[in-house]
Design a protein around this ligand. Sequence first.
Ligand code: NAD
Length: 478
Amino acid sequence: MATTHRKFFIGGQWVDPASSGRIDVVSATTEEVIGSCPEGTTADIDRAVAAAQKAFKESAWATYTPAERGAALNRFADAIEKRGEQLAQTVSMQNGMPINVASQLESGFVVGVLRYYAALAAVQEIEEARPSPLGFTSHVRKEAIGVVGAIVPWNFPVALSIMKIGPALAAGCTIVLKPSPETVLDSFIIAEAAEEAGLPPGVLNWVPGGRDVGAYLVSHPGIDKVAFTGSTGAGRIIAQECGRLLRPVTLELGGKSAAIILEDADLDKVLQGLPSTSLLNNGQACFSCTRILAPNNRYQEVVDAIASTVSSLVVGDPLDRATQIGPMASAVHRNRVEGYIAKGKSEARLVAGGGRAMQERGWFVQPTVFADVDNSATIAREEIFGPVLSIIRYGNEDEALRIASESEYGLGGTIWSEDRVRAVNLARRVESGTIGINGYLPDVNAPFGGIKASGLGRELGPESIAAYQQYKSIYMLG
Ligand code: NAD
């Protein structure tokens, strides 16, 4: 039965929307409407920003001690944990994420992120006394930046929201969050958890809506910082606007990461890692290693092994625990991915997939592999955001490094080798914000993010709290 929401969570209350517009959420698997909610407008954003401003300046939140902030984040983590399975199922139904992935990343991982920031918030030193070389003392304070406008995409709607909420709350900020229209239903579950956790009214507010509502939030005079995850195209527009306003902004954008398979790699490890490093969430993950760099002397072996592994992946209903590849998140997105597959057929040699996966309903494409891909080909340069891999040949390590780094993007990457020292040395030289050795797993305790067209700033790690704070120096001259 479809879930129908009629109100927004703003200022700690469930309030009526300003307009009668609605957002229908359609299942990527059944193509049926599985829920709906009111469509946010600029008037709703105005109300949410006002509530967040009031909470920042006037509510109990403004005077919480670090220990109280930590406790509030832990209560929020408890409330999310209780709803873990509901969140995983909801995300899986909305965007087609295999349920095993959703249980791990949209449920378990997010609880860990909140508990991590709860612990950091509780022990934070807000003010530090420093001796000046001129003989007096300066007090250096870390102050919360203010009201955050947060915008997230549809691919990991819960994790990407919590990766902003955790550090922003640890810093003492308040937030207005705009989820993507394709995946709004999970945001109501997170709002219910916030309500149960008893966060002061207005600390967290949600207004679902499209890009116009997002653009209005970015430029709203009441917003002090923008935290955005989404496409590079939208990121550039948002960065321009934030530049005009001199407004701090964090941007987590697209990627076209490379997996470098060295000659001594254990191919079994590569194949085992493939679903999570290159095809996670049906290929709809920003850090996916969709360019696979194979050495000349093992090229055919790598192509045959990857083509055979990818062809054997279980494609089907994402709610089935056996499923490894579900559908694309929307019909429009499937068409886009199919356009790239058609382009790939004219640019390279198709060795696996290449068509629609035969299912009665749903926006499925076959996991697809191209071999003999040149790094200058469209399928090697542009982010496809689907289960489409390009295998590129290289001669020596320097050439592999050059190909890996020759990309507009610089978000993730992997190196596969049995020689850890060699692999780490190479990892240090790849142009990328993050990179994994013999696997890839974002770590809550390490900053995550990209360079070049993959973004600005970092999420996760203690570094992420700093992105929601600003410094104030008090010179104690007398
Ligand atoms: P998108 O940019 O189309 O939309 C993302 C969000 O931004 C949505 O909520 C959308 O409504 C909003 N939006 C779009 N244009 C806007 C604008 N001009 N002003 C304000 N808001 C706007 O991206 P998408 O298709 O939903 O998501 C896929 C993209 O997200 C991929 O490029 C992927 O690589 C990227 N992504 C990056 C990371 C990361 O951490 N680097 C993580 C996940 C996804």
